[in-house]
Design a protein around this ligand. Structure first.
Ligand code: GLU
Length: 462
């Protein structure tokens, strides 16, 4: 979903909210005006900062690289969101991702607003020394806009705990004597990070999906049969036949995709078989299922998935090697999209065979494709609901930095699930009892309702 589509959906969801009762604690009469001013506020981004980072590289000499920090809205708390290093980074993309952070944080009732940062580089093409320079210069450029009680970055695509540790180091140099532990999240554990963060988003992504199955199979749900017939039939076909195996495909084998695939591989309640996984160059497919643990062991040292028979033999995995994009249209029941944005769009939406799609990455499905899939009886679990594990664990890390407490990995994942479940319940409840709105639309309205209420309470609406 692109920037203009996100804004378009905010617009439609706000118009829908305005016709509902009790949107903010105001009289019905003023509600329409309040909703319309809230809509203008939320469709506008608070601050866009663009800068250029000069870096001296071994291969290409001195480069000037565009870099961004975009703060969308902070009505629900300090600006929060990752910094990505990717060759596709541009202003519109970063702004879109900043808006999605506001919506995601509000959906999960976190005390954060939304922001995002990015540097337009392919990090694979830079040495460690160069990446260190780039990370530190990013903080130098954006220091006035960052801080533990203002805007708190974290890792995202192409960045990791090492990037964040470098950034914290630079932040500390720039602000001697100031509090710095809560200035970034996603730090290494030795540097104040939280245990279990790397796996958090993947675990959360799978949880958003397994909760759908649990919710569907619960007695209460069966008794209150939902109004949504096509989705009802999809779920019935997939999960109510005892012997049926669920075939899973996962696009992306990084921190999110590999962990999501592993969760599916070990899932016990229903029979799941991961038939396909992919990374930027390859899809591996086997109708009888792939051994995800072995693939994770292999990628830990080789970085990429095996691409030929020799490498497959070394990984001790049997699979057919297909082109990277094959994973999207492979014959599977469930497709986890855990790579990058704009993967399912008008040109390929009719070729998707999976009936449940889960957005582990941000914005992989266009608005048009989302509507189309919904009409076909598919269920799309949207990014702001499915990939919040990372920022929820960021919240725990930020809390940890205030109290000096140290959470175990188990406690981190347990707290993350506790934070997620009330949102799953509210969203699935609202979704299944309506007749036409998509799950994404439902998430937007749940999230926006909270933001409008806060804007109202802060006296920002007129
Ligand atoms: N980059 C992650 C996201 O898109 C985490 C952001 C954070 O922890 O602030 O949700």
């Amino acid at each position: 979903m692109e920037l203009k589509e996100t804004k378009q959906l905010i617009e439609t969801a706000m118009d829908h909210l305005s016709s509902q009762s009790n949107v903010c604690s105001s009289s019905e009469e003023n509600q329409a005006n309040y909703c319309s001013s809230a809509k203008e506020i939320l469709k506008t981004t608070d601050k866009i900062v663009k800068s250029y980072i000069r870096v001296s590289t071994e291969k290409e000499g001195i480069l000037r690289i565009p870099a961004y920090r975009i703060q969308h809205n902070n009505i629900s708390g300090y600006y929060k969101g990752g910094i990505r290093f990717s060759e596709y980074v541009n202003e519109k993309e970063v702004e879109n991702l900043a808006i999605l952070m506001t919506l995601k944080n509000s959906l999960y009732r976190l005390p954060f607003g939304g922001a995002k940062g990015g540097i337009s580089i392919d990090p694979r093409k830079f040495s460690e020394k160069e990446l260190n320079q780039i990370s530190r210069k990013y903080v130098q450029r954006f220091a006035p806009d960052l801080g533990p009680s203002h805007d708190i970055p974290a890792p995202d695509l192409g960045t990791n705990e090492q990037t964040i540790d470098w950034m914290v180091g630079e932040y500390k140099t720039i602000h001697p004597g100031k509090s710095y532990h809560g200035s970034f999240t996603g730090k290494s554990v030795a540097n104040g990070g939280v245990r279990g963060r790397r796996e958090a988003t993947g675990i959360g992504t799978f949880l958003s999906y397994s909760w759908l199955i649990d919710d569907w199979l619960s007695e209460q749900r069966k008794q209150n049969a939902p109004n949504r017939t096509p989705q009802w039939q999809t779920l019935n076909r997939l999960f109510n036949e005892e012997e049926k195996e669920i075939r899973v495909a996962v696009q992306g084998f990084g921190n999110v995709g590999s962990i999501t695939a592993q969760q599916a591989f070990h899932y016990e309640k229903t029979r799941h078989k991961v038939v396909a996984v992919s990374d930027r160059s390859t899809t591996l497919y086997h109708p009888n299922g792939l051994d995800i643990d072995k693939l994770i062991t292999y990628t830990a040292t080789h970085h990429d998935l095996p691409t030929n028979l020799e490498e497959l033999a070394e990984a001790r995995v049997e699979a057919h090697v297909l082109p990277a994009e094959a994973v999207l249209t492979i014959d599977a029941d469930v497709l986890f999209l855990a790579a990058v944005e704009d993967q399912i769009v008008a040109s390929n939406m009719a070729d998707i065979s999976a009936k449940v799609l889960v957005e582990g990455a941000n914005a992989p499905i266009s608005l048009e494709a989302d509507d189309y899939l919904e009409k076909q009886g598919n269920i799309v679990i949207p990014d702001i609901m499915a990939n919040a594990g990372g920022v929820i664990v960021s919240y725990l890390e930020w809390k940890q930095s205030l109290t000096e407490e140290r959470y175990s990995k188990e406690k981190t994942h347990h707290e993350m699930a506790e934070q997620m479940i009330p949102t799953f319940e509210a969203v699935y409840q609202a979704y299944f009892s309506s007749t036409e709105k998509t799950l994404r639309f439902t998430c937007f309205t749940v999230s926006l309702r909270r933001l409008v209420d806060l804007l109202y309470r802060h006296g920002k609406l007129y």
